[in-house]
Design a protein around this ligand. Structure first.
Ligand code: NAD
Length: 498
């Protein structure tokens, strides 16, 4: 019998009454492994109104007590690290090592949420005028929601609800319908950690659930991570409904290779950063820009990429797993075919990749293109597959100009042995996350995840201090306690503090 994925509504895990069902499949063979009943309008309403009720008491809970919930949660997540990674690997196809990394990077955010008392500290100035003090308080918003993509089913939900809840909000998580079982386990462990009923709710489904959340008057803030098209829709609809929105969207990440870089390190890093996780990372390197003579390194890069093969999640020799769905595979194969038609040279073609015994899986092998120009579809579209395209530049300036013309700005990296070159690059590049000899520079949670341009719609980013700002309001209080000698100063007819 197929597993029924459970919602978490009003403190109860339930398969729900929805009549519209979505099948969750194993990407390595496309056989069903679970089924989701999409949340009904009544279930969504129940979750939101229960979260609104829970907010009234949760916001009164002492901040150190909220931190203790996060401490218990991070302890449980660590105790269940391998179990979570196994669930995640089975529904995404990620290798076990990569799945563990997905869980771990989420646990790091929960560790950060344990610091919530100091993150919520306001500011104070004594004597802003004679006998008058001003101080600020950071207060929660109410019911917040998070809509997450398939590609990091542990890390990205954990970017959102632990910090939002630690700030005193209640939260409704709508994970990707393609791999919802990891989110269910995250919610079960949160419950086991002692979270009060109603503080976290989990609703499964697809666009219908999202669209209801975006417009609902009791939702105060929306965190979204996913594709550009949906990100724009979420941002536009959410802000039209007067909500606070942060929408993290697609990407096209370039890596620049300077002649003074270490060739072997560059090749090793490019292979992992382009085909790791089958290229299904928003920070994957999909464009390598070879400066000057480094273009002669491309044949060695090709050989290194050819030595990596896809495989099953529990195959320790597999470099990466399948794509998430047959549709995702068809899309990537279509882009590879279009690249060839438009005149790019395909030095390594993974279109026919397969894994013996699992031929029905969504396999695509490492693929490498040269001769790509800015006008080609391969360059313009986010591919989201194990495909690396090589471009060439005469100078660092030319490489920087290319990247700055690109509409996306999630991540970029530079390989060099020169501090001066690195400094120029980090100063001039119009991208929000920069790696110097680090191909995938995802910041740790005491910083924020700071995509720019078409990769992000909003103001405050994920985790770090910015997420605390996103999930809270600042209240500023100006206060005076009259002493006897101040009581007779007469009316103040100006706006000045006296
Ligand atoms: P997606 O946009 O298809 O789905 C994301 C979420 O939106 C899911 O929960 C889905 O149910 C919902 N959704 C899908 N279509 C919708 C619609 N029409 N209306 C309302 N909601 C809808 O994204 P995905 O394929 O799951 O994830 C891959 C994308 O996410 C890539 O583009 C990747 O770059 C991006 N991503 C970005 C970041 C980042 O931080 N910038 C991180 C991870 C992934």
């Amino acid at each position: 019998m197929t597993t029924q994925v459970k919602h978490f509504i009003a403190g109860e895990f339930t398969t729900g009454n929805g009549s519209r069902c979505i099948s969750v499949t194993n990407p390595a063979d496309n056989q069903p492994i679970a089924q989701v009943n999409c949340a009904t309008a009544a279930e969504i309403e129940q979750a939101i109104s229960n979260a609104a009720d829970a907010f009234k008491s949760w916001r009164q809970v002492a901040v150190p007590e909220r931190a203790r919930l996060m401490l218990r949660y991070q302890h449980l997540l660590k105790a269940h690290h391998d179990e979570l990674a196994t669930i995640l690997a089975k529904e995404t196809g990620k290798t076990f090592a990569d799945a563990k990394g997905d869980v771990w990077r989420g646990i790091e955010v929960v560790e950060h949420a344990c610091n919530i008392p100091s993150l919520l500290m306001g500011e104070t100035v004594e004597n802003v005028a004679r006998g008058i003090d001003t101080y600020s308080m950071i207060q929660p918003l109410g019911v917040c929601t998070g809509i997450t993509p398939f590609n990091f089913p542990a890390m990205i939900p954990l970017w959102m609800f632990p910090l939002a809840i630690a700030c005193g909000n209640t939260f409704i998580l709508k994970p990707s319908e393609q791999d919802p079982m990891t989110a269910q386990r995250l919610a079960e462990l949160f419950d086991e950690a002692g979270a009060p009923k109603g503080v976290l709710q989990l609703l499964h489904g697809d666009r219908d659930v999202v669209d209801t959340l975006l417009c609902h008057p009791q939702i105060k803030a929306i965190s979204f991570v996913g594709s550009v098209a949906v990100g724009r829709h979420v941002y536009q609809t959410g802000t039209e409904h007067m909500k606070r929105v942060q929408a993290f969207a697609g990407a096209k990440n370039h890596s620049v290779i300077m002649p003074d870089a270490n060739k072997q390190q560059v090749i090793n890093q490019l292979v992992g950063a382009s085909v790791g996780a089958a290229g299904q990372r928003c920070m994957a390197i999909s464009v390598a820009v070879f400066v000057g003579d480094t273009k002669h390194w491309i044949p060695e890069l090709r050989d290194a990429m050819a030595s990596v093969r896809p495989g099953l999640w529990d195959d320790p020799d597999a470099g990466f797993g399948p794509l998430i769905s047959p549709q995702a595979k068809q899309r990537v194969l279509g882009l590879i075919a279009q690249g060839k038609q438009e005149g790019a040279q395909c030095l390594l073609d993974g279109s026919d990749a397969s894994v013996p015994g699992h031929e029905a899986g969504n396999w695509v092998g490492p693929t490498l293109f040269t001769g790509v120009t800015e006008e080609m579809t391969l360059y313009k579209e986010e591919i989201f597959g194990p495909v690396l395209i090589c471009m060439e530049a005469e100078s660092l300036e030319e490489a920087i100009a290319l990247i700055n013309r690109n509409p996306y700005g999630n991540g970029t990296s530079l390989f060099t042995g020169s501090g001066a070159v690195a400094r120029k690059f980090q100063h001039e590049i119009e991208v929000g996350q920069v790696g110097i000899n680090i191909p995938i520079p995802v910041p740790l949670p005491f910083f924020s995840f700071t995509g720019w341009k078409g990769s992000f719609y909003g103001d405050q980013h994920a985790y770090g201090k910015q997420a605390v700002r996103f999930y809270t309001e600042t209240k500023t209080i100006t206060s005076r306690w009259f002493e006897d000698d101040m009581s007779h100063s007469g009316p103040n007819m100006t706006i000045n503090l006296k």
